[in-house]
Design a protein around this ligand. Structure first.
Ligand SMILES: [Cu+2]
Length: 163
C-alpha cells in the first residue's frame, strides 16, 4: 500500500505519463528505480552509450555521481546538446541530480552513460553490466539490454544516430 501511494505521488508530480506497473527490466533500490536500461549494438574498441530513466520516489534529491563497468576501458556521465545545428557532448563531473519525487531521462540526444573503449562487441540481445554510483555511496548494478532502439519506440535504421 505504501508503494502504491508513493507511485501515485510520482504520477501526480510528473508531467509525463508513466506506466502504472513495474515493467520487466526495471531495477529498484529503496526510493530509486532505474527503468529499462539499454544500449545499442557496437563494435569492440568503439564507444557505447547507456540509456534509462531514473525515478526518485524519495523526499530528498539524489545525485548520480559516477558509473563503472567492466565492459569498457572507462565510463563517464555525459550530456549531449545541440548548438547551431551541431551536436556535441560534455562530461558531467558533478553528476546528475534527480529531484525528490522526480525523474531524469537518459536518452539519445541528452544525458547518457558513455562507455569509452568497449572491450568486446555488443550484439543485439546481449546484456552489458554497469554499476551506478550515487552520492549516498549506494551502488546499483544494472544490465543494459543491447537493442536497436529505445524500449518504447520502433526500431530506428541502423547507424541513424550517433547515440
Ligand atoms: Cu557521450
Amino acid at each position: 500500500m505504501k508503494a502504491l501511494i508513493a507511485l501515485t505521488a510520482i504520477l501526480a508530480a510528473s508531467s509525463a505519463a508513466l506506466p502504472t506497473q513495474t515493467l520487466a527490466g526495471d531495477y529498484t533500490l529503496g526510493a530509486l528505480t532505474i527503468r529499462q536500461p539499454w544500449s545499442r549494438p557496437a563494435q569492440a574498441g568503439m564507444n557505447g552509450a547507456g540509456f534509462f530513466t531514473v525515478v526518485n520516489a524519495g523526499k530528498t534529491p539524489v545525485t548520480l555521481r559516477s558509473v563503472d563497468t567492466p565492459a569498457a576501458a572507462k565510463a563517464e556521465i555525459h550530456q549531449s546538446s545541440m548548438a547551431n545545428g551541431v551536436m556535441s557532448m560534455r562530461r558531467l563531473d558533478n553528476g546528475v541530480v534527480i529531484p525528490a519525487g522526480g525523474q531524469i531521462a537518459f536518452a539519445p540526444g541528452g544525458y547518457h552513460l558513455m562507455l569509452i573503449g568497449l572491450k568486446a562487441a555488443q550484439a543485439q540481445g546481449q546484456k552489458v553490466p554497469v554499476t551506478l554510483i550515487f552520492d549516498s555511496g549506494r551502488k546499483m548494478r544494472v544490465d543494459l539490454a543491447v537493442q536497436l532502439a529505445a524500449p518504447s519506440e520502433p526500431a530506428a535504421p541502423a547507424g541513424g544516430r550517433l547515440h
